[in-house]
Design a protein. Structure first.
Length: 492
């Protein structure tokens, strides 16, 4: 036994010596050799392939429903979305919250053939989903299913759209959940900043900024919900898009079978869009939150729409100001160390004016220098031409991001539907890309000077008043800091 252990020990020592000897002789040179790495400036890449729309089919049913079908056999899945021309911007001012409740209880309230629990069970058995909702500018209904289950799931999808019953107990539950959301709405300073900034830009009574309150929620009855549904959920107000693993001819037949005979008794309603005008022409506003150790800042003014002929140059301007490598990140965050996060963007909307907004988060004692630094960058891009390197960087980063807008067919289909919904050409994104490519240094300075209005900047700070030193009043000799009350009104 002792001899065996001794021999094993000698073998191990021999092998270790051999390994050391082999390495010391440089036998590692027998491994494949690699070229010396290149500096990043020397790297070359082939041009990006041309982005093209996938093949799709569009048709219209006799009752007015417009349908898009796009096959995608990569996975055995089928997804669909119905867009409805509605939105909570059309709800009465004394019943704010009506649109959201209608969109929620349309699904959770069950149908004339299945209770909500039965719907849930049927969908869970197939790992499928059907969901509905209403936001500011549209209503949606979505479904997702395995290809083998698409017919029964699509049947439930059509049932939810055509036959919701808005069960009273489910409406009551949704209202209680909304009451809880109202009670918690001042818990997150980010939420406070975004909400109150919109009110300062559009006005607290504007459909694009108003908030649901206990009182407006209490005014909403089941009859209101049913009436809102009947006004807007109509074939002529509907665009349906389906993508996934299916045969187009069979899917077209299924769509016609489930929706072709839908003839509501009430005619479609398409109201005029609410008017928009700036609520404030400037000013500094403060929400005092003594518990905060940092300030949340937004400043900006009313903006424009995606249909603007200058949108391409404005997008390039965004690229110069915003993001990693942008002026705000480099100057305000990295060089001056004034921010944890900082941003600025011309942010348009499809059919109503968006905003130009800049801001970020900073420590309380840096609030005033932070605001001054952002204002300085806004002034600079208006008054000084950007450099060729900045133009190239902004164009490249913006154009290279286009590939992510076509990651999958359902994403592309959704964009086509949105363009039709808002009256944009189907090749809008390609026109936008060409306008980005054509933008010049002079164009960027022109749009910055035309659209950015320093004198009209509304500045909102959510932070600890006592810790903001120097105070916000030091931003100008004639500055009057206006306090914003975010107390939640009672139901009475």
């Amino acid at each position: 036994m002792k001899m065996t252990k001794l021999r094993l020990k000698k073998v191990k020592l021999f092998l270790l010596s051999l390994c050391f000897f082999t390495v010391s002789l440089g036998t590692f040179n027998l491994l494949p050799s690699f070229a010396a790495p290149k500096h990043y400036d020397e790297l070359t890449f082939p041009p990006l392939s041309e982005i093209k729309l996938p093949k799709y089919t569009r048709f219209e049913l006799k009752n007015g429903i417009r349908v898009y079908l796009m096959e995608d056999r990569e996975l055995p899945l089928v997804d669909g979305t119905a867009l409805f021309r509605t939105g909570d911007r059309f709800e009465p001012a004394d019943k704010v919250g009506l649109g959201g409740l209608t969109g929620e209880v349309m699904r959770t309230g069950g149908t004339s053939r299945h209770t909500a629990d039965e719907l849930n069970q049927l969908l869970e058995q197939r790992a499928a989903s059907v969901e509905t909702g209403i936001d500011v500018t549209s209503g949606t209904a979505n479904f997702s299913a395995l290809a083998e289950d698409v017919e029964p799931v699509f049947d439930l999808f059509a049932e939810v759209i055509r036959e919701p019953i808005f069960a009273q107990e489910k409406l009551d539950l949704a209202k209680k959940q909304t009451q809880g959301a109202i009670a918690r709405r001042n818990d997150d300073p980010n939420d406070i900043t975004g909400r109150e900034f919109d009110k300062l830009i559009y006005g607290d009574r504007s459909p694009y900024a108003r908030t649901v309150e206990y009182k407006t929620l209490a005014n909403i009855s089941r009859d209101d919900v049913v009436s809102f549904y009947q006004k807007y959920f109509h074939p002529k107000n509907m665009i349906l898009g389906i993508s996934g693993d299916f045969d187009t001819a069979k899917m077209r037949s299924l769509v016609e079978q489930k929706f072709g005979n839908w003839q509501p008794s009430q005619s479609a309603e398409v109201p005029a869009l609410p008017t928009v005008s700036p609520a404030n022409g400037g000013g500094i506003f403060l929400v005092n939150q003594p518990q905060l150790s940092q300030s949340y800042v937004q400043l900006g003014h009313l903006g424009g729409m995606l249909s603007s002929p200058d949108y391409g140059a404005l997008d390039v301007m965004n690229g110069v100001l915003n993001g990693f490598g942008g002026r705000l990140f480099n100057n305000v965050r990295s060089r001056q160390g004034l921010a944890y996060s900082v941003y600025a963007a011309w942010s348009p909307r499809y059919d109503y004016p968006g905003v130009f907004v800049a801001g970020g988060q900073t420590r309380s004692d840096a609030t005033v220098p932070f605001i001054q630094a952002i204002r300085a960058e806004i002034d600079r891009i208006r008054t000084e031409p950007i450099t060729p390197a900045e133009l190239a960087f902004a164009k490249d980063s913006t154009l290279n991001s286009f590939i992510f807008k076509f990651e999958n067919p359902s994403q592309t289909l959704s964009r086509l539907m949105r363009y039709e919904y808002y009256g944009y050409p189907e090749d809008f994104i390609f026109r936008h890309r060409r306008s980005i490519e054509a933008a010049t240094i002079a164009d960027v300075q022109r749009v910055a000077k035309t659209y950015l209005k320093p004198d009209n900047l509304v500045t909102l700070v959510v932070g600890n008043t006592a810790a903001i030193q120097p105070p916000l009043s030091s931003l100008g000799t004639s500055v009057k800091v206006q306090s914003v009350d975010i107390t939640i009104p009672s139901a009475t």
